[in-house]
Design a protein around this ligand. Structure first.
Ligand code: APR
Length: 239
């Protein structure tokens, strides 16, 4: 087995499920009672901004009732201890990885490729602001002062994910790519395993059940993230 220096980890909704945040593709095919197309596209926002703002306001408010779990904390520990390159790419818009890193006393090596609930994007001045309140009610942008231009800083379907260049660079250099708690249904994240393989990385999937991409990984382990992730981190740090 080749030595592992550089690691890229991709996480999805499954890592936050045991903290109490619903995944996207549950058995009923709805996401918190809504069809994804009704709330997670630029067209939906143009058609019914109040519905979309309320939906994300509720998700943002719900963050105050959840905490990072053992899987988030294990990845923060790995980030803290790992002396090689480390990049945690999350598709999640919650802030549980951020809080786990803060609990560990580190500035996490973390990218939110699909944006963040606790960020607002002003379409007037194009600036982002940290945001913990509601966006319904047309609040003023703290940076330009204009009201009615703030939208959730979320990458919706049809929009370009953030930080793709940095992610591609890290994938090309990594020796190990690990995918945790994601169904592999949404590109470009679903294609990261192929990119990492092409550059010669080992690949590992940790997921509750078989995902769309399971057969593309060198190894897959099935079970809850709070069990699989701490065990994997412990063995990696002990090796
Ligand atoms: N531990 C590990 N995996 C879990 C757990 C758990 N406790 N609970 C659920 N899972 C797995 C599910 O089996 C599923 O494969 O997590 C995966 C979650 O898949 P999705 O709901 O499709 O979420 P995700 O892959 O993050 O979605 C990707 O789709 O709607 C968009 O932008 C949104 O970022 C999101 C993207």
């Amino acid at each position: 087995m080749q030595a592992i220096n550089n690691i890229v980890i991709l996480t999805g909704a499954g890592i936050s499920a045991e903290s109490g945040i619903a995944t996207f593709r549950g058995p009923d095919g709805l996401w918190e009672g809504q069809r994804v197309e009704d709330v997670a596209t630029p067209e939906a926002f143009m058609r019914d901004p109040a519905l979309v703002q309320t939906f994300y306001d509720q998700r943002r408010a719900a963050l105050t009732a959840v905490e990072p779990n053992a899987a988030h904390h294990a990845l923060a520990l790995l980030d803290k201890k790992w002396s090689g390159d480390f990049l945690l790419v999350t598709q999640n818009v919650d802030d549980l990885h951020d809080r786990a890193a803060a609990d560990m006393g580190i500035d996490g090596r973390l990218l939110h490729m699909h944006g963040q609930l606790r960020s607002a994007w002003c379409l007037n001045c194009d600036k982002r602001s940290e945001w913990t309140d509601d966006l319904s009610g047309a609040p003023a942008c703290p940076q330009c002062g204009q009201s009615g231009f703030m939208r959730p800083d979320i990458v919706w379907f049809g929009e370009m994910p953030y930080a793709m260049r940095a992610i591609e660079t890290a994938l090309a250099k990594c020796d190990l790519f690990v995918s945790i708690g994601t169904s592999g249904a949404v590109y470009p994240a679903a294609g990261f395993v192929q990119t990492a393989r092409r550059y010669g990385a080992q690949t590992l999937e940790l997921n509750l059940d078989v995902s769309n991409g399971s057969n593309q990984f060198d190894e897959t382990r099935q079970g809850p993230a709070t069990v699989l992730v701490p065990a994997w981190v412990e063995s990696l740090l002990a090796a």
